[in-house]
Ligand binder design. Structure first.
Ligand code: ZN
Length: 376
């Protein structure tokens, strides 16, 4: 960490002389001081946003929308970095983002394998440092897993060694109004923490919410009093909300339970050697996850896959899969399945998350049976 501070100092000095692009952009000048030779040195902190919300609320879709907005507004010179953290070991969201946004100015870093503050703590710091020193983005967006400990992640970002380097701006929390009547969500300390820390609270998927759901959301906003609240579809975040400062909140005194079963992964999961598929399992924060990566040569029958997906009694399924009808993004939450077509991906990967044990062997058998050919 000491080395990091030195490295970043050197990096930012070099930037002062060479990188006028960064100065024109939205990067924030936070320090003006005289360096050894009496030169005026400008140190710029990278604005950071966190997009949070419970499992399956639409965080990745929101980020895709944001990046598309940036590209459309002719701000292609602005370089963004997105750090995506997932509960499971198989990285799905980064693959989705990559396939949906062909932005040359976007750096994507994946940190799978649990919460950024505990099990994936070390990979998070390494990934973050790599993004800062190698990419020097004009903005960094972090998507923690829906089961991450937000207060602790914020503490990491505001630690002393990042103070001249990162500036935390708005924390955006997406809420599914339908879930507000479900005790599993509202009583979960991870969910409460997300709401407490949020500067922007958005009711997402309002097209799927009832008047009663919206009313409960409005009562929640009344209580929380965030700087901004809105009701949106497709996780639509307005770009100007990103520039709000993050308001400090008190961290709950009882702390939180760290996951203790998960193994940290230093990079995204992948297949080894010439294997055709591999299973990955993890658990923590009261949830179990199981995922698979399948070689891109394997083609799934779309109808059989959809049947399989619909038959699984788990809270969340997401994936990127090659089917006989083309590549598909698969999303299931609370029994509602959706498929979106994409151009292609590096391999097929799918993950299931559930708050109770489920029969992984049986699920796996029928999942793999949906492969109709191995086009090698
Ligand atoms: Zn944690």
């Amino acid at each position: 960490m000491i080395n990091l501070a030195v490295l970043l100092k050197i990096k930012s000095r070099r930037l002062t002389h060479q990188n006028s692009r960064a100065r024109r952009s939205n990067a924030i000048v936070i320090l003006l001081h005289y360096a050894d030779g009496g030169n005026l040195e400008i140190t710029m902190a990278i604005p950071v946003n966190i997009v949070t919300g419970f499992l399956g609320v639409g965080k990745t879709t929101s980020i895709i929308n944001l990046v598309k907005q940036k590209s459309q507004k002719n701000q292609t010179a602005e370089r963004w970095a997105v750090l995506i953290n997932e509960f499971g070991t198989v990285g799905i969201d980064a693959a989705i983002l990559q396939s949906q946004v062909p932005d040359q100015q976007l750096a994507i870093k994946e940190v799978p394998g649990g919460c950024l503050c505990c099990t994936a703590g070390l990979p998070f710091q390494i990934g973050l440092n790599q993004l800062i020193s190698k990419q020097r983005p004009d903005r960094l967006i972090i998507e923690p897993t829906g089961l991450g400990h937000l207060s602790e992640i914020i503490k990491t970002l505001q630690a002393e060694h990042y103070q001249d380097v990162l500036q935390l701006q708005s924390v955006i929390c997406l809420v599914d109004p339908v879930a507000l009547s479900d005790a599993r969500y509202i009583e979960h300390e991870v969910f409460q923490d997300q709401l407490q820390q949020a500067d922007v609270v958005l009711a997402n998927k309002i097209d799927q919410s009832s008047a009663k759901d919206i009313e409960i959301f409005e009562q929640l906003i009344e209580r929380l009093q965030p700087a901004i609240s809105a009701k949106v579809e497709q996780g639509k975040i307005e770009a100007e909300w990103l520039n709000l400062p993050h308001k400090a909140h008190l961290t709950p005194a009882h702390g939180h339970q760290h996951a203790d079963h998960q193994t940290p992964a230093l990079s995204g999961a992948s297949l080894q050697g010439d294997e055709d598929w591999r299973r990955f399992e993890s658990k923590g924060q009261g949830y179990v996850s199981c995922g698979w990566i399948v070689v891109d040569a394997a083609i799934f029958d779309e109808i059989q896959l959809l049947g399989w997906v619909s038959g699984q009694q788990v809270e969340r399924i997401k994936g990127v899969v090659r089917t006989n009808q083309g590549w598909r993004i698969i999303n299931v939450r609370d029994g509602i399945a959706s498929m979106t077509s994409i151009d292609e991906a590096a391999d097929s990967r799918l993950e299931m998350i559930h708050s109770d044990v489920f029969d992984i062997e049986i699920a796996e058998q029928s999942f793999l049976q949906a492969i109709v050919s191995l086009d090698k």
